[in-house]
Write a protein that binds this ligand. Sequence first.
Ligand code: FDA
Length: 393
Amino acid sequence: MTGHRVTTLILGAGAAGLMCAAHAGPDTLVIDHAKAPGEKIRISGGGRCNFTNLGTAPENFLSENPHFAKSALSRYTQWDFLDLLARHRIPWHEKTLGQLFCDRSAKDIIQMLLAEMQPADLWLNSSVEDIRHDGTEFAIRLIREGRPVTVIARNLVVATGGKSIPKMGASALGYQIAEQFGHRLTDTRPALVPLTFNEEIKAGFAALSGTAVDTRITCNGASFEEAMLFTHRGLSGPAILQISSYWREGDRLSVHLRPDQDIFGWLRDRRMAEGGKAIGTHLAEILPRKLARHLAAELGLSGNLADLSDTALRGLADALTAWELTPTSSEGYRTAEVTLGGVATDQVSSKAMESQRVPGLYLIGEVMDVTGWLGGYNFQWAWASGAAAGRAI
Ligand code: FDA
């Protein structure tokens, strides 16, 4: 085959691709159709990139095979990434729940990865036209800055990410390449995404838009204790983004309001202390006022707390700790942080991230059927799977 020869071609200059380039040999070329590398890193974490989580463990990931991520995660850990930051003198801080962010800017991470991948080459504004494999080498036909080029490579690393935020360059290329070489795809759907209500339900919650409340949300066996936010479309906030990976159309969410509080005990105490006050007034002490008003109306609560028997108080506490909400849809890939599902893990080596169908083909990062929780886990998977492939090459 003739063309521009390299040992390794990495498709995608995102988190996983750049980390892979940092570990692969010097004769490596990274290509991306975007104008700049690491665009999702740049916008992540409100511009400060939640680059890992101190508590990263395989349990924080969803996959058809929950064991698949273990190998890569154990061989490139959150501590390895922190060592890398220390070498580059990048300051960081923990925000909450083990989530680590840059003190200055996510651009620090991009600069660090670009420095680490030296002397590998990076071609931007390059799109893939066609990929062939002759049993030994890959021939990749590209259009680079408007001109056709063929690259010949022994190793091809697919690091093209998931489908979320198409406006930022997300494409289905990685899934197409996997299928071209006989890999199975699992069902994909938007995850870490706000959920929406239909028009009728939305109208009932209109007054709550902008209201946030601490919750524990449960759905399909998963529970997350974080804030929930009512929006003009439906529900958002970290608790909702987390549970969206477990929720399916038609499922109800069970919402435990104020999980830090023994609500029944508190209601009884309030009845004793100030039973002459309206129930809604009491609820507004532990819940945002608008939400307290909404719940009082929804539950048909009127009169004073002193009017309620223990049984009625218990019923009220149960209603507040198992409030049922039924979203109808999600905001989709337009706002989803990640894609749930992807290239099935069963024909990919968990140690090297190499295809077991086509030697020399590697699949890393979000394109794989490995999806992390909110909180830095998805970047840690990108670093770990990228390092695994780079070291194996
Ligand atoms: P990534 O998407 O990073 O890179 C893929 C690259 O491939 C891109 O550069 C793209 O341009 C390129 N590409 C795609 N198609 C191509 C084609 N056809 N030809 C050439 N190039 C192509 N995670 C986390 O852990 N902490 C956080 O704070 C956040 N925050 C966050 C915010 C927002 C708004 C989003 C959308 C996502 C996050 N994430 C996150 C998720 C995280 O960004 C994501 O999981 C990783 O970037 C995945 O890394 P990859 O390298 O697999 O894909």
